[in-house]
Design a protein around this ligand. Structure first.
Ligand SMILES: CC(C)(COP(=O)(O)OP(=O)(O)OC[C@H]1O[C@@H](n2cnc3c(N)ncnc32)[C@H](O)[C@@H]1OP(=O)(O)O)[C@@H](O)C(=O)NCCC(=O)NCCS
Length: 186
């Protein structure tokens, strides 16, 4: 039976979260230190984990999106009259499920949990960027739960990949992947 947690994380749990994110998004994408503010829910950050038989098997992180976070996304949101400076908007930043357990519905359940959580915190919109590649499971999940595709953002992760020196699983480092920006009204 799967269950979820959104607080009281141990150091080992946060380390496992970093391991799962690095396994899914590329080495060096997230460190334990970087996840601590999410685990402690500092400044509108959220971390939710999925557990199966007492094993931590999935993670999602989210934070409040403001115009200061990314001008390119803000510009796209303005096109559909969403002002993230005024209307509380959450960005689903990253999610990963243990490699061996993917494709069993854990990812979709985590994203739904994150949406419930931000709804309970009076967010009006949630946004998420996904790799622009065919057969992307997150793209499928977003479509199935009502996210709308807003626009394509070219080479979205390049700066971050250089700064963090992470290996994008699709193109290495630097990452030149394009992102599809998705949004949903909560
Ligand atoms: C994205 C991810 C979190 C999804 O978790 P998951 O538990 O595998 O997802 P689900 O089992 O809920 O599946 C959701 C949908 O994706 C599909 N899917 C799952 N794994 C897939 C794969 N490897 N290839 C293609 N489709 C896949 C499922 O069939 C399902 O679609 P359906 O409802 O039409 O059947 C997981 O694949 C993962 O950790 N990937 C690596 C990290 C990543 O890409 N993170 C997202 C970017 S932040």
């Amino acid at each position: 039976m799967i269950y979820f947690k959104d607080n009281s994380f141990s150091h080992d749990e946060i380390t496992t979260c970093a391991f799962l994110l690095n396994e899914g998004l590329g080495q060096n994408s997230y460190s334990t230190e970087e996840l601590k503010p999410f685990a402690k829910q500092y400044s509108n950050k959220i971390l939710i984990t999925a557990h199966l038989k007492d094993q931590l098997v999935g993670i999602i992180i989210s934070e409040r999106f403001t115009p200061a976070n990314c001008k390119r996304i803000t510009k796209e949101l303005h096109k559909i009259d969403i002002d993230p400076g005024i209307e509380k908007t959450a960005i689903l930043k990253a999610a990963a499920v243990k490699l061996k357990l993917r494709g069993r519905g854990i990812g979709v359940a985590l994203i739904k949990k994150a949406l419930q959580k931000v709804k309970s915190e009076k967010y009006k919109y949630a946004i998420g960027t996904v790799w622009d590649i065919p057969e992307n499971p997150v793209k499928k999940i977003f479509n199935s739960i009502g996210f709308k595709e807003l626009s394509l953002i070219n080479t979205y992760w390049t700066g971050e990949s250089i700064q963090k020196k992470y290996q994008c699983p699709i193109c290495g480092n630097p990452c030149f992947c394009n992102a599809i920006l998705n949004y949903i009204k909560i």
